[in-house]
Design a binder for this molecule. Structure first.
Ligand code: UDP
Length: 240
């Protein structure tokens, strides 16, 4: 069997991706498709930790703009990520994978609390670790949670599944002449304000030399290509 490029990765799946063709909510067919892709890589021996977003259900920043207290809105956002995590857990288990949801906000009737050592142990045993509730703190995003968990769990890369083929100089959904980058440095992303991950997440990744691979999750086989080391999407690393 071909060798995996990474032995352990942090996969950031945005809430938006889980909504599939719809704008809001959870699309079961889309989630099943993702989980089939994930199962293929885990069966090859990849240790996988997932950080799930919540933007398909609730985004704190939009509600706080509409007058709601920011922290309360952010907690609602974090709770939304737990709902998504349970949906993904269910779909992964239907693929025959062993999984655990670990939440940064304790919810002991629903899932385990996030305890770093426990998460590492689950990974070593081949279980997919689904990190829910972001960092557990308002004013952060699940992108930042992804960078943080990647470091804590000693992952070799953050891989970010999106709706487009990588990082472009402008939104490829709106501009036909948008140009895709194959490689970028963290500074390129920060200076040009490219929409890879938010600046807190990028800074954290930069300070700890954590590579980020952004790729299209809707193209079948892409996740497998990334973990097998094919050049897919856009890689952000180096250049500090
Ligand atoms: N959130 C938060 N702290 C965190 C992670 C998330 O407050 O550490 C809240 C925040 O309100 C955010 C929402 O949860 O808008 C959903 O997460 P995010 O927007 O990152 O999800 P995605 O864009 O990946 O779907």
């Amino acid at each position: 069997m071909d060798k995996l490029r990474y032995s352990r990765v942090l996969f950031k799946l945005s809430g938006e991706a889980l909504a599939g063709p719809a704008e809001y909510g959870v699309d079961p067919a889309t989630i099943t498709g993702f989980c089939e892709e994930i199962a293929k890589t885990v069966e090859k021996g990849l240790q996988l930790s997932l950080v799930i977003g919540g933007g398909n259900i609730f985004r704190g920043v939009s509600s706080s703009a509409a007058g709601m207290e920011r922290s309360s809105a952010d907690y609602m956002g974090m709770l939304a990520t737990v709902m998504n995590a349970l949906a993904v857990q269910d779909a992964l288990e239907k693929q025959g994978l062993q999984t655990r949801v670990l939440s940064a906000i304790s919810m002991r009737e629903v899932c385990e609390p996030y305890i770093r050592r426990r998460a590492v142990r689950h990974l070593e045993k081949g279980r997919v670790v689904i990190c829910a509730a972001g960092t557990g703190n308002p004013y952060f995003t699940t992108d930042t949670a992804a960078a943080l968990r990647a470091m804590e769990l000693k992952c070799e890369a953050i891989i970010k599944g999106t709706k487009v083929d990588g990082v472009y100089d402008k939104d490829p959904m709106k501009h036909k002449d948008a140009v895709k980058f194959d490689r970028l440095t963290y500074m390129d992303v920060l200076e040009r304000q490219l929409r890879v991950m938010d600046s807190t997440a990028i800074s954290l990744a930069m300070d700890n030399n954590m590579p980020i691979v952004v790729f299209n999750m809707f193209t079948r086989g892409n996740l497998d290509r990334v973990v097998m080391g094919e050049e897919v999407g856009t890689t952000v690393e180096g250049g500090k």
